[in-house]
Design a protein. Sequence first.
Length: 231
Amino acid sequence: MSLTLKGRLNAAQPATVPDMLRSIAFGDVLRAARCALRSKTLDGVAGTNKYVIAIGAQSATLPDDAKGSTLKKVYARAGAGTLGPLTVLVGETNAAPAAGQASLAPSGDLLFASADAWTALDIEYEPEIGDVVELTLSPSAADTFAIPPQLVSLGVLRLVEAEALVGTLVGKKMIQIPLDAKPATTFAALKLDKASVQFAVADAVTSARVKFLVASAIDLNAKLEALSTTL
């Protein structure tokens, strides 16, 4: 009999299972499982979700603790576009998808062409596994906001939200894919090393609220392979 946590979970002794499930944050494990959204409606008109591209796209906003990591497949049941399977774009871009396409936004939400005006979609996706952290930051350099080192050490996965609280142009910003160059006005992005957030020079932001996904504090793989502390 394996004495690893995985082995002891398989043994499923009633007296020890609750402690073992707590040790791996079992709710988080379930939240990270592949999601199936049935007859999903979209957020509304383009621009309803302020953190995704506003021109030519409608969005489906996903929960903070279940942002998308990989979009697997989408089937259109009702709307103005051609019904049936949509073409799922690989990776993330800053652009709206074309008619008949679906994509993952840099924020971890889902994007569809506005012209398709979907009213019912079947969506399957894999969530990004991580913990949600929200902070208010001051700039470490012009237009650049350093993320606290302890979060960088854990591993910043994704910028979910960015809002300029003080500056020339305040308000919620659309999230771009990570880049080292400063983004255009109304956008924000992680730098490529994911150690800081940048805003547009023209927006002159001096205080910002940001929300990230960071690598989970509980290393599920390590815990399952380690010897169980509960026998």
